[in-house]
Design a protein around this ligand. Structure first.
Ligand SMILES: CC(=O)N[C@H]1[C@@H](OP(=O)(O)OP(=O)(O)OC[C@H]2O[C@@H](n3ccc(=O)[nH]c3=O)[C@H](O)[C@@H]2O)O[C@H](CO)[C@@H](O)[C@@H]1O[C@H](C)C(=O)N[C@@H](C)C(=O)N[C@@H](CCC(=O)O)C(=O)O
Ligand code: ATP
Length: 454
């Protein structure tokens, strides 16, 4: 496949420039030897200052964003040579991570070589300048931006930040008015919106070349970091859980591919180092949910009753085309995962408010439950929890009178021997609910010895 006629030879991340016609927009430029030039716009319409302020105070952060945005265009021809704009060593490591493991799913599913055959060409020209740290006074007035993606994790992250007494504003990145509308409908308070405008040649109906998944959370994180620079927020909070570290698929020789790579703790560390290198004006970016599992989050989310009639984790809602007709499609891995992980913690009434019906009984979801429970080749290529915690959730559901007769419990619980012994199940649940040490999380946000319950 290395010699596929769809592949190019070279992809250049050219850099960013301020839009001369719009002081709220930055433009990122790319060149692919197979498909020519591409430009993506990122707009910060609600920021308190024009984007030139970020260009002056944190130019290297704009470079990092440009590197992350390039993945959408790079994937069209998956060239073996990638040239970078000037930046430091941490920026190069970020690029290697994004275009390597960050594109693992894309490469594996497109039949391209993985581990990749990528060579990075670093630009040794002058690096973007370092800017002095903001004053203590500026930091004292700080507040946080909390990423909002419409689902349960964002709600729990927001709740944790409130518990820490930090004033927060929700912020979302959108590519279309349809997705903005879903986020408004699902959010507890109106988010700030950051708008990406893909190059029209990428979003055209006929694909130019290869297509596949990109490390989207990295793009969202860097968009929010720039919004934070413009608004003076010192922290950008994500809701990436420890479960995102489990790979989606194990390939030969123990090599792994993870759909959620840019949500993983390994990537978060690389991102933090690159942001620190970008200068003191850049905010701290971290995931407040890093010590916790999806099972822990499911339990915490059970307290978010205001969210039940609003939230959605079904990704049909987040397609640019806006082709979702209901909050939950009832036919995808995310619908299966969310219903399973919340099952032990929601009453029958709450489940009806959240999902409208009992998903554990839906025929269409049974193959996805099998994948989630580790009963097939690999987990779904989606944002789902670990096999262990899916098993724990099924075991807890089996203990509940009202859920024990559902199709998923009846079908799968007897096939999972670990769920039959109460002591073994208790131990599994306990391991899933216990927070783990998370070096990427600032000390003040780390869980208490008691387990960090909300
Ligand atoms: C909503 C969704 O799940 N989309 C994935 C889907 O794309 P689809 O064609 O069904 O719809 P669109 O998202 O509207 O994309 C249209 C095309 O545009 C390309 N594209 C989109 C955004 C972008 O930033 N760059 C792009 O090039 C896209 O490739 C389509 O051709 O399938 C795609 C291929 O597998 C996925 O890449 C789409 O995923 C979106 C980028 C997306 O936002 N997905 C998140 C819901 C998601 O997967 N989040 C992960 C985070 C993983 C991570 O490491 O960051 C998660 O929560 O686990
Ligand atoms: N469009 C977006 N803009 C900004 N942040 C986003 C966006 N989509 C997702 N995120 C953030 O990325 C992280 C991972 O997304 P994820 O989909 O796991 O979270 P979620 O939508 O809150 O929960 P769920 O797992 O129920 O879908 C979260 O912090 C989420 O807020």
């Amino acid at each position: 496949m290395t010699s596929s006629p769809l592949r190019g030879a070279r992809f250049d991340i050219l850099g960013w420039r301020l839009d001369p016609t719009d002081d709220r927009q930055v433009l990122a430029d790319f060149y692919c030897d197979r498909h020519g030039h591409f430009t993506e716009g990122v707009r910060f319409p609600e920021a308190t200052r024009p984007v030139a302020a970020a260009a002056a105070e944190a130019p290297a952060l704009l470079t990092l964003l440009t590197i992350a945005l390039g993945a959408s265009y790079y994937k069209l021809a998956a060239s073996p040579q990638l040239s970078l704009p000037p930046g430091g060593p941490a920026a190069s490591r970020l690029a290697a991570a994004l275009y390597g493991e960050g594109l693992a799913e894309f490469r594996v599913r497109a039949g391209l070589p993985f581990p990749d055959d990528l060579t990075l060409v670093e630009d040794t020209g002058p690096r973007p300048p370092q800017i002095a740290a903001p004053s203590k006074d500026q930091r004292a007035r700080s507040s946080a931006l909390v990423a909002f993606g419409g689902g349960k994790d964002s709600y729990v992250a927001r709740r944790l930040m409130a518990k820490h007494g930090v004033p927060c504003r929700l912020a979302s990145v959108v590519l279309s008015p349809a997705v903005r509308d879903v986020l408004i409908a699902t959010a507890p308070t109106a988010p700030i919106f950051i708008w990406r405008r893909l190059d029209p040649r990428l979003s055209a109906r006929t694909p130019l070349g290869f297509n596949g998944h990109i490390p989207i959370t990295a793009i969202n994180a860097l968009c929010l970091a720039l919004q934070a620079v413009l608004d003076g927020n010192r922290e950008v909070i994500f809701a990436n859980e420890r479960s995102a570290d489990e790979p989606t698929m194990v390939l030969e020789d123990g090599i792994t591919a993870n759909h959620q790579y840019s949500k993983s703790s390994a990537f978060e560390l690389i991102l933090q180092e690159a942001i620190a290198e970008a200068g003191a004006a850049a905010p701290a970016v971290f995931s407040i949910l890093r010590p916790y599992s999806e099972l822990w989050i499911g339990r915490a989310f059970a307290a978010e009753t205001e969210a039940f009639p609003r939230f959605t984790s079904c990704n049909r809602n987040f397609r640019m085309a806006g082709d979702a007709t209901q909050r939950w499609c009832g036919a995808c891995p995310k619908c299966a995962f969310t219903s399973l992980i919340l099952a032990p913690f929601l009453s029958e009434t709450e489940n009806r408010i959240a999902f409208g019906r009992q998903f554990l009984d839906l025929d269409a979801l049974q193959p996805f439950y099998a994948q989630l429970l580790g009963l097939s080749d690999h987990k779904p290529w989606e944002c789902v929890g670990t096999i262990a915690e899916c098993r724990a959730a099924l075991g807890l559901a089996a203990r509940r009178e009202d859920l024990s007769r559902t199709m998923a419990v009846q079908h799968f619980a007897p096939r999972l021997t670990g769920l039959q012994d109460p002591a073994e199940l208790d131990a599994l649940v306990d391991a899933c609910l216990r927070p783990v040490a998370s070096p990427t999380l600032p000390r003040t946000y780390r869980p208490t010895a008691e387990g960090g319950a909300l």
